[in-house]
Each structure stands twice: as C-alpha cells, then as structure tokens.
Design a binder for this molecule. Structure first.
Ligand code: ZN
Length: 169
C-alpha cells in the first residue's frame, strides 16, 4: 500500500466528470488499497478517486467513523437514484483544507453501486453514511461542497479559496 497525494481545490481534475470503472482488475484493487490508506492517514471519513488525481467513478468511506469497528469500504460506480427529506450538517473536505460549512442535503438516499468483489448492491442509506456518500458522489461529478453554500458565504471564503488554489494555504 502507498499513500497518494491528495490534490487541492483549484486542480482541474476536481471539476471533471469521472469515467465508469469497466473492470475491477489489480490496478483498481491497488488504487482502492492506496485510497483507504491515504484516507486514514489524512483522518478523513471519505475519499473519492479524483482527489488522488484518478478521474474514475470510485470512492472509499471509513465506515469506522460511522459505525465503530466497521471496515473501510469501497464503492465502485455509485449512482444515487432517489432521495428524501433534508438535513443540514457541517462538512469539510480533504481537498479544501481548513474550511468547514453547513451544507443542506437530502436525509435519505437510495444508491446502486458495485463492491470490490464485483457484486452489485442496491441500498437505502441515511444519517452520517448518506451524508458522506453524497459528498463523495459529488466529487465524481466534479461538484464540491462549497458549490452548495450560499453565494454570500462563498464570497466570504473567496480569499481562503484563492490561497488554497495557489498552493499557499
Ligand atoms: Zn471532499
């Protein structure tokens, strides 16, 4: 396993729509291992492949933060196809260091994904897991949590964001 470099806000790969994973081969399995190690090292709850400069539809979640003792999990080609309710929660992002803001999102989601063994799943998620999942799936579509805060709040953050984008945060 190896720790990969996490790219920051301002990097063009964070704005790209990810490609579907066609085949779960050794390269994908290695990337998943590396992403899990990178996420744990950075003390993150989730990490999407574009954050390590791989624009493919893959993310990992450190479910240990959600349910104690659970193993980190990989979600391949995840698609959220339904949602319900609304909740507000403070979010941060490993690619946008030192910024945390309240973000409104649906409370419950329905999602289809493939696991590391190639098995397909169709699940309902709510609470913290649904929250992290929506943040990470957004990454696969080139969307960041700061896109979802009010324009006024974003204006207040513009200097900080500019510093992150220029690598001087
Ligand atoms: Zn993020």
């Amino acid at each position: 396993m190896a720790i990969r470099k996490i790219i920051n806000y301002g990097h063009p790969y964070l704005r790209v729509k990810s490609q579907k994973v066609e085949k779960i081969d050794d390269e994908i399995r290695k990337l998943i291992e590396d992403m899990i190690e990178t996420m744990i090292d950075a003390e993150g709850i989730g990490l999407a492949a574009p954050q390590v400069a791989q624009t493919i539809s893959l993310l990992v979640i450190n479910t240990d933060h959600i349910e104690e003792g659970a193993e980190p999990e990989a979600f391949i080609n995840p698609v959220i196809y339904d949602d319900e309710g609304e909740s507000s929660m403070e979010e941060g992002c490993l690619s946008i260091p030192d910024i945390r803001e309240d973000v409104k999102r649906p409370e419950t989601i329905k999602i289809k994904y493939t696991d590391i063994d190639g098995l397909e799943h169709d699940e309902q998620m709510s609470g913290m897991l649904a929250r992290v999942m929506q943040h990470e799936v957004d990454h696969l579509n080139g969307v960041l949590f700061i896109d979802k805060i009010s324009p006024m709040k974003r204006r207040l953050l513009s200097k900080k964001l500019k510093n992150i984008a220029s690598g001087s945060n």
